[in-house]
Design a protein around this ligand. Structure first.
Ligand SMILES: *[C@@H]1O[C@H](CO)[C@@H](O)[C@H](O)[C@H]1NC(C)=O
Ligand SMILES: *[C@@H]1O[C@H](CO)[C@@H](O)[C@H](O)[C@H]1NC(C)=O
Length: 192
């Protein structure tokens, strides 16, 4: 169990969520999705709280982010305006890179601000462990990385998180001189 886990609700979640050894499989066949949708009028929305750390590795041999595009003006921009990156960043239970992997953040971030370092984040949190193995959450948001808290909307999800909506709050945990970042995420998800 993560030592930093001091809020009991969060601990209960970590136990229930990522540490469960057997994942109840979600039936993804169209007929099962149809049945699920038909039951929706009687379904109750619930709140799930997730907590994990995101590892953005831009340096060294095992980088998890690649720069795929930029404009002619990007090199001269103090905010690297126009640069586009694709990531497949590990998500872990605790802050250390060696901590248990619970999923990946897969997607694109682009420098979309000329006045500050502000990224347009377009990504999926793809869970690979515990109760949410095989489920995902889709995020589209504004990420001014030097602000203490960055709030990004969750616009949807799959598997356990069908029709999800919610809020992901990012806070930088560690930023190394090489640009590698460890970011703490608290995610509140409403789903059925
Ligand atoms: C890169 O990954 C390999 C395989 O997982 C590992 O053995 C190696 O230590 C890693 N290198 C760095 C610089 O982290
Ligand atoms: C997650 O699900 C995949 C596919 O069902 C399975 O192969 C894998 O072993 C599961 N991982 C864990 C850690 O349960």
């Amino acid at each position: 169990m993560e030592r930093k886990c001091i809020i009991s609700m969060l601990c209960a979640f970590l136990i229930a969520g990522f540490a469960t050894p057997v994942a109840p499989a979600i039936d993804k066949r169209p007929v099962a999705v149809e049945r699920w949708c038909e039951k929706l009028p009687h379904a109750k929305e619930k709140l799930t709280k997730l907590h994990f750390f995101f590892h953005d590795v831009v340096s060294g041999k095992n980088e998890t982010v690649v720069r795929v595009a930029e404009s002619k003006a990007t090199a001269k921009s103090p905010t690297v305006f126009g640069a586009v990156f694709i990531m497949d960043d590990p998500l872990t239970e605790g802050p250390e890179p060696s901590s248990k992997i619970v999923g990946r953040a897969q997607g694109i971030y682009s420098s979309a601000s000329m006045e500050e370092i502000g990224f347009l984040m377009t990504l999926n949190f793809v869970f690979t462990n515990g109760q949410y193995n095989g489920s995902s959450l889709s995020v589209l948001g504004y990420n001014p990385i030097f602000k203490k808290y960055r709030e990004m909307p969750i616009l949807g999800g799959s598997g356990h998180f069908r029709l999800a909506r919610g809020i992901a709050t990012a806070k930088t945990y560690r930023l190394s001189a090489s640009g590698d970042a460890i970011v703490e995420y608290h995610v509140m998800v409403l789903h059925y």
